[in-house]
Design a protein around this ligand. Sequence first.
Ligand code: MRU
Length: 316
Amino acid sequence: MPINFSKPLIWKDGILEILDQRRLPEEVIWISCLTPEDVAIAIKEMAIRGAPAIGVAAGYGVALASNPISAIEVLKNTRPTAKNLFYALDKMKKGIEEKKDLLSLAKSIEAEEEKRCLKIAEYGLSLIKDGSSLLTHCNTGPLATAGIGTALGPILLAKDMGIAIKVFATETRPVRQGSRLTMWELKKADISAILIADTAVGYIMNKGLVDAVFVGADRIVKNGDTANKIGTYQIAVLARFHKIPFYVVAPSSTIDIDCPGGNKIVIEERPKKEVTTFNFDCLNPAFDVTPASLITKIITEDGIFEPQKITEDYRE
Ligand code: MRU
């Protein structure tokens, strides 16, 4: 794979270095994490974010601990919605029980996610037509994954293969992952990218400017309902209205086979200061749930799935 991408975290000499995504794109600053608590703060305060990336960071957080079992508890209580965090922590817990080397285990979680992203990109590529215009929401590239990306993976691969594409990136209020991180990654990859306000999605769809939507996921549950960044649901509704395919792109580590439906997903609520500096009452959900019925296909490292049937195919 010839594509170059930068990692949001690096393990170096017993320290986990995390790229502070809150400062991007203005400043490139790394945070040195020496303890699981440092990693937990970086996850909770979104210095590192994106479902697979927080799972990978949490794995290293456990490897940093003198008491790995209590580190798991600390890291569990950071962000509730992304399944990948709990997937990685379950793996680390099993590793503790089996007396495995925890650093090697954390490294293997990172390597697995990187491999998954590549497979996802290859499957997703088959859904991208030459000359098409795609819409994406939030940030799903290397910064969010520790690999080539989820929804952004096929897009980066398409560019690498010389397929002509244009990408509309939503701003993604309130944290602006789209305007700060996705635009940064798309520009670095020299992809034709246009930033829009979240409120402009209906406008550009109505004008016929969007051929397909590619988004990531934080949790995909048994019936195919999918939690992703707040605003995803309204994009899916608009895509259905305008008869535009809506693709969810995620690794299998995002799938929660034990959760029966989207109404059971715990949605993280974030501080109101992300939305307003005034002392107003404010609701700031970080994610919403898109019902399976609005999703055209789900793409994982194992193939392209009908949303309602995804967990049938993943049942052990
Ligand atoms: O709050 P964030 O920035 O962690 O939310 C990220 C997203 O919602 C992404 O779309 C999702 O994690 C999938 S991408 C890898």
